[in-house]
Design a protein around this ligand. Structure first.
Ligand code: HEM
Length: 408
């Protein structure tokens, strides 16, 4: 498999290696939710797991309860799994109180208010530049030509990286994300990214600019600043957390709209529907079906005994389709009554980048609808579909539209 991955050029090949072609995991998730809502998987035959069972949590209430109880259900498993590539000070894998301190140092940069000013000059600019490359053609593959580059260029822009470095940054991002499949390449990319960031961080310390790296360098609470290692960890976390999730979620949202034409027409006519379309897409097909926690003591969840030290995985993709919470949960319906879902996580680690993600998706849908008249799925396209068992998104979105010659 790792050989396959050496040729990796894009997330599509990554999906081939990681997710295979599982189109619809939901019937099986529904069965487990009904029959074995907290599934115990025996691992006694697996070396390296200390023989401890793994638990998968399928119901909304149980998943919510465990994510709320961050003392019993620790995030340390993330560092055990991803420490080598993301660093051992990565906030996603830290527990309280250290996590809270890190998060409060960083969160100001991701507030709705501080992002609003980036909407035109960064997010919409990147979107428009990408659309410029195909607006005259009357057809495009929105994954290869839009959703794939869009979030990484925006993160690079937020970080204040020079534009000439974007292609290299993109390649390192992909290698880092593919660490599970090709560890050697992932570790090399992780080291290369730190080396790349080091002089930039140094420069921003002496001469701060209006960018995220300067902000991380200066962030201070009670006289405490982020260490270099914490900054590198956070910068690398932005790739899986902030690039891959948006690439996938935007693909899922566009797929949903393009295959539900009445809802697409409604959104085209009334853009104020976009925010609820975004939330519904994240419920319907979250980019990441599961996250992970580790028990810090013996405990009981949903009547099932879970020993200390076990991995417990809330299956977000299942909780988001629970029948007694959402009517016809398998349908994409942006008009359904709004209700919180777990696609963004829950509790102290709830997605830090949700305002950015929403801004990116909202801007993308607006621009695509504004600039590509009569945007529709290409009926002769290559069977576009959402796929994957852990990460989910379409690998292609072939579309047609009326070509326009006027760039914005
Ligand atoms: C639709 C897009 C996105 C979805 C569905 C999503 C989902 C999630 C989920 C489920 C978690 C919780 C993980 C856990 O508890 O173990 C999370 C955490 C996080 N996300 Fe997002 N995310 C998205 C976009 C973004 C973006 C654009 C950024 C970046 C800037 C970002 C940054 C983060 C960070 C830093 C965390 C860790 C927060 C913490 O540990 O306190 N995410 N996200």
């Amino acid at each position: 498999m790792s050989q396959l991955f050496d040729d990796l050029e894009d997330f599509g090949s990554f999906d081939d290696a990681v997710s295979g072609d599982v189109r619809d995991p939901y019937p099986e998730l529904a069965r487990l939710r009904r029959e074995e809502p907290i599934q115990r998987i025996d691992m006694s035959a697996m070396p390296g797991q200390a023989g401890l069972p793994v638990f998968i949590v399928y119901r909304y209430e149980d998943a919510q309860q465990m994510l709320r109880d961050n003392e019993t259900f620790s995030s340390s498993g993330v560092i055990a799994a991803f420490g080598p590539v993301l660093g051992d000070r990565v906030m996603l894998g830290m527990d309280e109180p250290v996590h809270g301190r890190l998060r409060s140092l960083i969160s100001a940069a991701f507030s709705q208010k501080s992002l609003a000013r980036r909407q035109d000059e960064l997010v919409a600019r990147v979107g428009n530049e990408l659309i410029d490359t195909f607006a005259d053609n009357g057809k495009a593959d929105l994954v290869k030509q839009f959703t794939f580059d869009y979030p990484s260029r925006i993160i690079a822009g937020l970080l204040g990286l020079p534009e000439r470095d974007y292609p290299q940054f993109q390649r390192w991002s992909i290698s880092l994300l593919g660490w599970v499949v090709n560890p050697e390449r992932g570790l090399a990319a992780s080291a290369a990214l730190c080396e790349y960031f080091a002089p930039i961080l140094e420069a921003r310390r002496t001469e701060p600019r209006d960018d995220l790296i300067s902000l991380l360098a200066a962030a201070e609470i009670d006289g405490e600043k982020l260490t270099d290692e914490e900054i590198y960890s956070f910068l690398r976390l932005l790739l899986p957390a902030g690039v891959e999730t948006v690439y996938r979620s935007l693909g899922n949202l566009l797929f949903a709209l393009l295959t539900h034409t009445a809802q697409l027409d409604a959104v085209r006519a009334d853009r104020s529907l976009i925010p609820q379309a975004i939330e519904e897409a994240v419920r319907w097909n979250p980019p990441l079906l599961t996250i992970t926690r580790t028990t810090t003591c013996d405990t009981v969840l949903g009547g099932v005994e879970i020993p200390k030290g076990c991995s417990v995985l809330p299956m977000l993709g299942s909780t988001n389709r629970q029948e007694d919470r959402w009517e016809n949960p398998d349908d994409f319906d942006l008009f359904r009554t709004a209700k919180a879902n777990l696609g963004w996580g829950y509790g102290v680690h709830v997605c830090l980048g949700m305002h950015l993600a929403r801004l990116e998706m909202r801007t993308a849908v607006n621009l695509l609808l504004d600039r590509l008249p009569d945007l529709r799925m290409d009926p002769d396209g290559d069977d576009p579909h959402i796929r994957g068992q852990i990460f989910r998104s379409p690998t292609s979105l072939p579309v047609l539209f009326d070509p326009v010659r006027s760039a914005v």
